[in-house]
Design a protein around this ligand. Structure first.
Ligand code: UDP
Length: 320
């Protein structure tokens, strides 16, 4: 099979590219290296079934040419990371909405299958745990920048599902929950690489808010497994799927685990949200996926524990 991965030089995209090459597929990557990095694909650049182009998905002729070559498009290119979103809201909204619009429009010409990456962020501050694909989305006020990310990805989902309904374009929407692993950078705010880097450097480990908020972390290899299953399955089309894990941990517990596992002398400090992000920043207290739907369809089950995830990230950041 031939696949185009937009954002293929990013953290998740580079792991997905690797897995597709391993199973014998031909992989085309389109990435503008805005948050991705050429180092993420250095080790596969020479592979005979791997091709990459440094360009933005908003460049329609280039995206159209790539989409034409392949059977399936996995659209991962997006502005991600809460810090980036708070600091560059215009970039976030435009990249996410116009990028998806471009991909869907060009894919529609020859009805190419599109796997559209969305995010658990779309559930917003809903407290109806666990989040099911048909749950309500609960977003905050429009002057609070964080919600623009959720809203931009929700528009992507609406558009993808509208293409499916109205134009019979085979679209699959996946909502990725907190994904972690080697090559993820802490630069855009992601908590695990941040904590591990701080602990290894002996710097204070910065827990935002009061540290009681919790997340469920999934290893990138499990996320890639889920994506591979959905890429192939005929009944995934026109549907939305959560991909995540249910192993919940509070940010304070996480900081303590990272400190212990790195044998770090770093102190754990609480940083108010308004200092970490911006005045009036709203965080979600819990975020737990219901993964029953993807489990039923493709037998998806996360296999990597939080301890193993942390071991892998610690090994990766100790070496780099
Ligand atoms: N967080 C933290 N310290 C950091 C970075 C993040 O305590 O240095 C918190 C953040 O406020 C959130 C959680 O960790 O409650 C997960 O943040 P991340 O940006 O990784 O993902 P999110 O779930 O917010 O998309």
């Amino acid at each position: 099979m031939k696949l185009l991965i937009t954002g293929g030089a990013g953290f998740i995209g580079s792991h997905l590219s690797e897995a597709l090459l391993e199973r014998g597929d031909e992989v085309y990557v389109l990435d503008d290296l805005s948050t991705g990095s050429i180092e993420n694909i250095d080790h596969i650049k020479g592979h005979e079934r791997f091709h990459y182009t440094i360009d933005n998905v908003l460049n329609r002729p280039s995206t159209a040419e790539h989409v034409d070559r392949v059977d399936v498009v996995v659209h991962l290119a997006a502005a991600v990371g809460v810090r980036l979103i708070v600091e560059s809201p215009v970039h976030t909204i435009e990249t996410n909405v116009h990028g998806t619009e471009t991909v869907l429009r060009v894919a529609n010409k020859k009805k190419k299958r599109v796997i559209l990456a969305s995010t658990s962020e779309v559930y917003g501050k809903s407290t109806d745990i666990p989040f099911r694909e048909d749950s309500d989305l609960v977003l905050g006020a429009t002057h609070k920048g964080r919600w623009s990310y959720a809203c931009s990805k929700a528009i992507d989902e609406f558009l993808g599902l509208a293409y499916y309904k109205e134009k019979k374009l085979p679209v699959v929407v996946v909502r990725l929950f907190n994904t972690v692993g080697p090559r993820q950078t802490g630069r855009y705010g992601m908590v695990i690489p941040n904590f591990v880097r701080q602990a290894l450097a002996g710097e204070p480990i910065t827990v935002f808010g009061d540290g009681t908020q919790s997340r469920c972390f999934t290893d990138v290899s499990d996320v890639v497994g889920g994506l591979l299953g959905l890429i192939d399955h005929p009944d995934a089309v026109g549907e939305v799927f959560n991909i995540g894990s249910q192993q919940e941990v509070s940010m304070m517990e996480l900081a303590e685990k990272v400190k212990a596992m790195t044998k770090s002398k770093s102190e754990i400090v609480l940083v108010p949200y308004e200092e970490a992000y911006e005045e009036g920043f709203e965080d979600m207290p819990r975020r737990v996926p219901d993964t029953g739907k993807i489990e039923k369809l493709i037998g998806y089950k996360p296999t990597v524990s939080l301890e193993q995830i942390l071991e892998r990230v610690i090994a990766y950041l100790s070496d780099s």
